[in-house]
Design a binder for this molecule. Structure first.
Ligand SMILES: NC(=O)c1ccc[n+]([C@@H]2O[C@H](COP(=O)([O-])OP(=O)(O)OC[C@H]3O[C@@H](n4cnc5c(N)ncnc54)[C@H](OP(=O)(O)O)[C@@H]3O)[C@@H](O)[C@H]2O)c1
Length: 262
């Protein structure tokens, strides 16, 4: 199937590893020009170089923190200057720590809001004018299954991700007339460093091993395994494609069926 996005400029935030990296790779494989970011420059540049080599893709990579609105603004301007525009923007950041309500400090809430909500606001604010000019655009937020089904001891994610869904629906309503489609992708338990960290945190407070948690999460999905970051990435690329041209304002879970609701 031709996804129709060859030559498009795809910005993927927080993309030096895990789901973000898999998404940047998937856009490069479709012939997109790719912009990447993360805080650690060395890891980021190594990831960017690998994508250049494997896909002969044009890749622009810059290290900064997505919780800094001025840095987001500078980055989007640099990408537009280098590639001419920003057609596709995938917002992403590291997930908040695993905590119950009484152990989450006010500082944890503020950090989660900055990274997992406001960073999407910053990117949307900067990319929408570019997309309006071309009357074409795609914004896809990466959140979590927690947007549909709270996960125990992830109160920060359970609460803060819901705001992203409200943002996505609002942007979809406001900018559909400009040819801009806005959707949200919620991964289930996906085999990345983030998941290993969560298993480690759980193991530290229980008598169980990290592997027992990973096995239990895999068993909770009807497909009986963890997700692969590429499976999330391919859903994101499809949503960004011409083949999803009448899909907007939606949350799509990539969770192996783990969400128990209808
Ligand atoms: N893996 C799962 O099972 C799962 C399930 C549901 C939801 N999610 C969510 O999906 C998102 C991605 O997860 P993942 O598993 O791919 O995470 P990951 O493996 O921890 O990767 C996070 C990436 O984001 C970058 N990053 C983190 N904070 C950043 C910041 N403030 N500014 C710029 N870059 C930043 C990291 O690089 P630097 O550290 O160098 O900045 C890294 O490249 C997270 O929000 C996570 O909570 C994951």
């Amino acid at each position: 199937m031709d996804l129709g996005i060859k030559g498009r400029v795809a910005l993927v935030a927080a993309s030096s590893q895990g789901i973000g990296l898999a998404t940047a790779e998937a856009f490069a494989a479709e012939g997109c020009r790719v912009a990447m970011c993360a805080r650690n420059d060395r890891t980021l540049q190594a990831a960017a170089e690998k994508i250049r080599r494997q896909h002969s893709a044009e890749v622009y990579a810059e290290a900064f923190d997505v919780t800094d609105p001025a840095a987001v603004s500078r980055f989007v301007a640099a990408v537009a200057s280098k590639f001419g525009s920003v057609d596709i923007c995938v917002t992403n950041a590291g997930g908040p720590p695993a905590k119950g309500f009484l152990t989450a400090l006010l500082e944890d809430w503020k950090k989660a809001i900055d990274a997992n909500f406001l960073s999407s606001v910053y990117f949307a604010h900067e990319v929408i004018p570019h997309m309006q000019r071309k009357k074409w655009g795609r914004i896809i937020t990466i959140t979590s299954i927690t947007t549909k089904q709270p996960v125990t001891d992830l109160v920060l994610s359970n609460a803060v991700r819901a705001a992203v869904v409200g943002l996505v629906k609002s942007l979809a309503n406001e900018f559909g007339k400009d040819g801009i489609l806005v959707n949200n992708v919620g991964p289930g338990f996906t085999a990345t460093d983030r998941l290993k960290e969560l298993a480690k945190a759980r193991a530290a407070t229980t008598g169980k091993s990290e592997q027992e948690f990973l096995d239990a999460w895999a068993a909770d999905a009807p497909v009986k395994r963890l997700g692969d970051p590429r499976e999330v990435a391919e859903t994101i690329v499809w949503l960004a494609s011409e083949r999803a041209s009448y899909v907007t304002g939606q949350t799509v879970l990539v969770d192996g069926g783990m969400y128990k609701g209808l």
